[in-house]
Design a protein around this ligand. Structure first.
Ligand code: NAD
Length: 476
């Protein structure tokens, strides 16, 4: 049992002023593994003051200096890769193999920001006007639990790259992981006050960041309902906002697709991170005349996807993060049954022999219509809704008939056709014949209620600067 009672403020671990506690639970066996002391407004205010002071000199650092810092942060994370991965398995329940992949990816995020920084111009001339892209100031970042290291690094790295300082509130369900990441940040020897992390709840620590006048921008990753609250609360100080929110992403299997590849891949896309992924493709659009074939292949693909102890090397899916998340998933499975969808795999309750943790059955429904709850709402668990269509136009219309617009997938043997379909889908990122997000420099973010702004590459850096135009130069 560990008690984690420190924040990382002004380059140091400091004891929390807030005294409320949150239990940290291993989702694979429901055992308490530690307690996290939650910060309050005073902790946040100290962190903001440190970040504000640090910004004065950090904004003036050179690109080269910041390149070195990003490299150091990458190296510090990789030096603790095993320890970080173990904590993610224990606290979050993600199986060891994908957990390791995500730890490495978090470190790589720093190198991607470094490469983007090398290509970024902070100044340009436009006729007789000089345009300077100035760092915004202190960024307030708020992150979720579903890929703790990645989300934190995705906020810290572009802030460092652009000369901004940051106060970050991670998820209160990720205390153990965050504590180790704070140690990496300390190891990286960044200037004091550049990166500050305050543990706490959204309602107290998160809300203080959102309303504080010294925060220039809120960079939030989380659910759409909380994104909407933040939008309202940030309006009092007219803060800049970047909101990376939820999705109900369509995966269109065109009628000429190679089903032997596309259907198993659809399971990977839907159940990635045990379905707790914003980019999960949870609406599978299948041509009506090939539905039976798809159903058979879906059953086989689920049967060969091992759900089990996250410590096992061959587990692909693990438990859900919490009792709350497990209950939510159960409610949606019940809703699918009540609304008359055909349950073809899974269902209510735990998979056989896995009732000691928050394990849900990987579940697939067919004959789903786009007006059902399980087609409209983000579930954030291993539940896939199969919707059939008759024509390509109908598939595109169904794909776009959603309040979300984060990601989408298209499978076809005809690349020109797949690209044509992809271009008509309203979503921030569309993958053709692949499950892996393999371009770290491509913008990531959502249309419609999936958010505002973009992460990644140069687009992610642009979110952290404000253009200033100085008119009065000589024409060249
Ligand atoms: P959540 O919205 O409940 O919480 C996210 C963060 O916001 C947490 O740190 C929480 O403490 C904080 N928060 C809660 N209420 C707040 C408030 N009133 N003011 C300020 N902060 C507040 O989301 P979650 O359950 O942690 O994560 C799952 C959600 O995140 C899903 O909807 C998923 O789609 C989304 N997500 C989106 C992306 C993306 O890149 N688009 C990536 C990962 C997760």
């Amino acid at each position: 049992m560990r008690t984690l009672n420190q924040h990382f403020i002004n380059g140091q671990f400091v004891q929390s002023i807030g005294t409320d506690v949150q239990e940290l639970v291993n989702p694979a066996n429901k055992k308490t593994i530690g307690t996290l002391v939650l910060g309050n407004e005073h902790d946040v205010q100290l962190a903001i003051a440190a970040a504000k002071e640090a910004f004065k000199s950090f904004a003036k650092t050179t690109v080269d200096e910041r390149i070195q810092m990003l490299q150091r942060l990458h190296d510090a994370i990789m030096a603790r890769e095993e320890e970080l991965t173990r904590a993610a398995v224990e606290e979050y329940g993600s199986p060891v193999k994908p957990s390791k992949g995500r730890t490495t990816f978090a470190a790589l995020t720093c190198l991607y920001a470094k490469e983007s920084l090398k290509r970024f111009s902070f100044e340009k001339m436009q006729g007789t006007t000089k345009i300077i892209l100035e760092p915004l100031g202190v960024i307030g970042a708020i992150t979720p639990w579903n890929a703790n290291y990645t989300h934190i690094c995705n906020k810290i790295a572009p802030a460092i790259a652009t000369g901004c300082t940051i106060v970050l509130k991670p998820s209160e369900l990720s205390g153990l992981q965050t504590h180790l990441l704070m140690a990496c940040i300390a190891d990286a020897k960044l200037p004091a006050g550049v990166v500050n992390i305050v543990n706490g709840t959204g309602q107290i620590v998160g809300a203080e960041l959102v309303r504080h006048p010294d925060i220039a921008k809120i960079s939030f990753t989380g659910s759409t309902p909380v994104g909407k609250i933040i939008c309202k609360d940030a309006s009092g100080t007219l803060k800049r906002l970047a909101l990376e929110l939820g999705g109900k992403n369509p995966n269109i299997i065109l009628d000429d697709a190679d089903f032997s590849k596309a259907i198993p891949m659809a399971i990977t896309i839907a159940f990635s991170n045990t379905g707790q992924a914003c980019h999960a493709g949870t609406r599978l659009l299948v041509p009506e005349n090939r539905l039976d074939e798809a159903k058979e292949l879906l059953k086989q693909a689920v049967a060969s996807t091992k759900i089990g102890n996250p410590m096992d090397e061959d587990s692909v899916l693990g438990p859900l993060v919490s009792q709350k998340q497990y209950d939510t998933v159960q409610r949606y499975i019940q809703a699918g049954i009540d609304e008359g969808a055909e349950l073809i795999v899974g269902g209510l309750g735990h998979p056989e022999g896995l009732d000691e943790g928050f394990y849900a059955k990987p579940t697939v429904f067919a004959h789903v219509t786009n007006d059902m709850k399980i087609a409209k709402e983000e579930i954030f668990g291993p539940v896939l809704s199969v919707i059939s269509y008759r024509t390509e136009e109908e598939a595109i219309a169904i794909a776009n008939d959603t309040v979300f617009g984060l990601a989408a997938y298209v499978s076809s043997t005809d690349m020109e056709r797949a690209r044509r379909v992809a271009s008509q889908i309203i979503a921030g990122r569309i993958l053709i014949n692949k499950a892996v997000q393999d371009d770290p420099y491509a913008p990531f973010g959502g249309f419609k209620q999936s958010g505002l702004g973009r992460d990644s590459g140069v687009y992610g850096l642009e979110e952290h600067v404000e253009p200033k135009a100085i008119l009065g130069y000589e024409a060249h």
